[in-house]
Ligand binder design. Sequence first.
Ligand code: DAK
Length: 259
Amino acid sequence: MQYEYILTEAAYKPHIALIQLNRPKELNALNLQLMQEIKHALATFDQIDDIRCIIITGNERAFAAGADIKQMENRTAIDMLKIDQFETWDQIRKTRKPVIAAVSGFCLGGGCELAMTCDMIVASETAKFGQPEIKLAIMPGAGGTQRLTKAVGKALAMEMVLTGKFITAEQALDAGLINRVVPEELYLEEAVKLASEVAAQSPVAVRLAKESVLKAFDSGLQEGLYFERKNFYMCFASSDQKEGMNAFVEKRKPQFTGR
Ligand code: DAK
């Protein structure tokens, strides 16, 4: 498969593969094709024996500023249901090898959900994490309400999801969302260090251990995710969603009516 929106290197470092999101002008906004490409690259790397750990990164300015609002703006709830993007996200989550997100700059909405779907997160000091969907009159739809809450606890998750406020890398570290924070010029190097430590272990034990940690983390998650999905689709039945996304595209403040 030829990729348009990602760059990949199967042998980035010994036993480590790299996937770099590559829509820099759009702050790596996650359109449908980009997500398909990530899914395909992860599935491909998962099959290559020599690869033991995978790093997903963006660039200094953005890991990803969320799903592509321009692509979603005019969708109806039924459009969203038919596209069923969740299949792609579920596949990403099923990657057997450890996946590390190396994050700098904006890590928002679907971008934050993508990072949280990874197994560990290494961030630069400039990273900003947030679930700002509420400002578009929608809500997180790819696990944000569930994974963020499990990672940082109810108080902070509620505040982030209900206000859309961003938190800094230091705050994310304190809250338990990420593994470490380093100066911006070192975040990818630091992710490689962590990946190398993992890659030095038995691949079989790593696979089984990853599965087991996820099992503990995921208990009850599926039910939460299905619940979240129904509510996410419902957002697209509102005129506030159209107004929120239209206002973003037109670079103006949204006027929400509660309809
Ligand atoms: N979508 C589309 N374009 C985006 C974008 C996005 N999420 N974020 C940024 N861009 C574009 C901007 O429109 C702008 O394009 P031009 O105007 O130059 O054409 C360019 O990237 C640079 O952005 P700015 O000019 O706005 O840059 P600033 O530094 O001023 O601001 C910002 C950076 C990140 C604060 C701002 O761009 C921003 O607020 N972006 C939107 C953040 C956001 O609301 N993210 C959440 C989106 S909703 C699903 C799974 C997941 C999701 C949905 C469904 N399923 C499985 C069904 C997730 C939903 C979301 O993430």
